[in-house]
Design a protein around this ligand. Structure first.
Ligand SMILES: *[C@@H]1O[C@H](CO)[C@@H](O)[C@H](O)[C@H]1NC(C)=O
Ligand SMILES: *[C@@H]1O[C@H](CO)[C@@H](O)[C@H](O)[C@H]1NC(C)=O
Length: 187
């Protein structure tokens, strides 16, 4: 009698444990506006491989402001499972055009183009902002030491460059916008 009671208790504990784990899982993925920066668990590692396979950083939650999420942005890629990336998938239709540049002499790669911010709830009134290796803390572009990204929902353009050398990824012009900071093609 005692022994079967014990079994029941153990079984009940197991069920409770599994239920707790199941409940905790989706919560962990949502990552509500936490005061601390999201570490790699939140997916803060992007990569730029080419015109079709690359990642950009966006607020962790749909509809978030670009500048408001400087400390929390996470990586989103055009495809899942890109080598080197730890990221989520970009919403379908978000990337409208992408122009890839590889400067082998300087050792940087960049992608510039048009986006449809509405696919992630970005506001047309959002003047945008800059993400780089200092903000969000922990963000990285795989294979490179530096990166800089500007996202301009009001213009629906984005640009990201990953660099070996710091000076190729200027972070001191965040208000100038993509076209002045990185140049490139926005057609
Ligand atoms: C992009 O890179 C991936 C992985 O290296 C490759 O499979 C794909 O063919 C490339 N696409 C283009 C357009 O170069
Ligand atoms: C940004 O830094 C670079 C390199 O130090 C410098 O040449 C440039 O004038 C700076 N630009 C601004 C707007 O501060």
């Amino acid at each position: 009698m005692m022994r079967s009671n014990l079994k029941i208790v153990i079984a009940a504990m197991l069920v409770a444990l599994i239920a707790t784990a199941a409940m905790a899982a989706p919560k962990a993925q949502k990552k509500p506006a936490a005061p601390k920066p999201v570490k790699s668990k939140g997916g803060q590692r992007g990569v730029i491989l080419n015109q079709t396979d690359f990642c950009i950083f966006l607020p962790p939650k749909y509809g978030g402001g670009i500048a408001e999420n400087e400390d929390r942005a996470v990586a989103f890629c055009t495809k899942s499972g890109l080598p080197g990336a730890n990221a989520q998938d970009l919403p379908a239709g978000f990337i409208q055009s992408a122009h890839f540049v590889s400067n082998t002499a300087k050792g940087y790669v960049q992608v510039t183009g048009r986006m449809d911010g509405s696919k992630y709830g970005l506001s047309k009134k959002d003047g945008g902002g800059q993400y780089d290796i200092r903000a969000p803390v922990g963000a990285k572009c795989a294979g490179y030491n530096y990166f800089v990204q500007l996202t301009e929902p009001d213009e629906n353009i984005y640009c990201i460059r990953c660099c070996k050398t710091k000076s190729d990824c200027p972070v001191n012009k965040s208000t100038y916008g993509c076209k002045k900071v990185l140049g490139g093609d926005y057609s």
